[in-house]
Design a protein around this ligand. Structure first.
Ligand code: IPM
Ligand code: MG
Length: 362
């Protein structure tokens, strides 16, 4: 029987609660589809700091590198906010992305019909939205050198560098163009080429790589306009290709089109080695430990892991179908419920998902 090693990173806040739900569901679909999963739980973020003093313990990175896929819940807790940046939970996530070489971050945004009322935008604007943000994840201003803070002549100056090498742009452009070829065949590359040199190189390279994908239509958009178009007419987008910082901002904006950030999964992939799969939402410290979290983005991230990380597409379909079924049946966690008195807790939602999986057995 095929067996996969999965590093589970529950992290902080609601992370452990949603991880427990995803793990149970994964065990069920694995059994049904004839493969086995061996889970190895490791600390990261605040949990890593508590365990070892590092937000990404060396043992956690080593476990991830030795596994077939990594499933992360969420990191971050207010009690670490005053630490210097290298010791904050977020630095653990950045180090993990870079340590695993995960240059491509895929953030699909698809309107779930049962939740259309949860958006702050009108149904006729968002109905049918189905896009993916492809964000470059280990370059750009997040990692560019030099960076720092200097004091001179009585003034303080801090700076970061927004820089890309041509080959860093080429490889992320290929991911977006190849993905679009399997979807509706359109890539919109987002940059700030009217102002930034780094964006001009971005645009030149994306144009050049586009030559390899004659069946994909490529357009370019400035990032300020893209931010506006996302709320004006989001259906115009199929694949949005963009750099690390612009992708960080636009993917939050795009996520909010669905009105339910608790529903959105993501995948981060490198050229080889394990991928990292995680919900787009954070660790929600305000509701941590209260059994109120929505586990569905985590479950959908587990589905992305099955499909893209382990090539077990049928098992991924099963998980996604279970989510659709419970939503269609009206089950809602607190973040989605219009009537809070009917909201399900995290564990109860996990039970509904297990029932929906069992009901789908044929
Ligand atoms: C994200 C997050 C991270 C980022 C933070 C937590 C470092 O906002 O995954 O979008 O900026 O990339
Ligand atoms: Mg972000």
């Amino acid at each position: 029987m095929t067996s996969y090693r999965i590093t589970l990173l529950p992290g902080d806040g609601i992370g452990p609660e949603i991880t427990a739900v995803a793990r149970q569901l994964l065990e069920v679909v694995a059994r049904r589809h004839g493969f086995s999963l061996v889970f190895d739980e490791q600390p990261i973020g605040g949990a890593g700091l508590d365990a070892t003093g590092e937000p990404l313990p060396a043992s956690t990175l080593a476990a991830c590198l030795g596994s077939d896929a990594v499933l992360l819940a969420a990191i971050g807790a207010p009690r670490f906010d005053s630490l210097p940046r290298e010791q904050r939970p977020e630095s653990g996530l950045l180090a993990l992305r870079s340590g695993l070489g995960l240059f491509a971050n895929l953030r699909p945004v698809k309107i779930i019909p049962a939740l259309i009322g949860a958006s702050s935008l009108r149904p006729e604007v968002i109905n049918g939205v189905d896009l993916v943000v492809v964000r470059e994840l280990i370059g750009g201003v997040y990692f560019g050198l030099p960076k720092g803070r200097v004091e001179a002549e009585g003034r303080v100056r801090a700076f970061n560098t927004m820089a890309y090498f041509d080959d860093e742009i080429d490889r992320i452009a290929r991911v977006a163009l190849a993905l679009a070829a399997q979807r509706r065949g359109r890539v919109c590359s987002v940059d700030k080429a009217n102002v930034l040199d780094v964006s001009q190189l971005w645009r030149d390279r994306v144009e050049a790589i586009h030559g390899e994908y004659p069946n994909v239509a490529l357009s370019h958009m400035y990032v300020d306009n893209a931010a506006m178009q996302l709320v004006r007419d989001p259906r115009q987008f199929d694949v949005i290709l963009t750099s690390n910082l612009f992708g960080d901002i636009l993917s939050d904006e795009a996520a909010m089109l669905t009105g339910s950030i608790g529903m959105l999964p993501s995948a981060s992939l490198g050229s080889d080695g394990p991928g990292l799969f995680e919900p787009v939402h954070g660790s929600a410290p305000d509701i941590a430990g209260q059994d109120r979290a929505n586990p569905m983005a985590m479950v959908l991230s587990a589905a992305m892991m099955l499909r893209l990380g382990l090539h077990q597409g049928a098992a991924a379909d099963d998980l996604e179908a279970a989510v659709d079924r419970v939503l269609a049946a009206g089950a809602r966690t607190g973040d989605l419920a219009s009537d809070p008195s009917t909201a399900l807790g995290c564990r109860a939602m996990g039970d509904r998902l297990l029932e929906a999986l069992a009901a789908n057995e044929t």
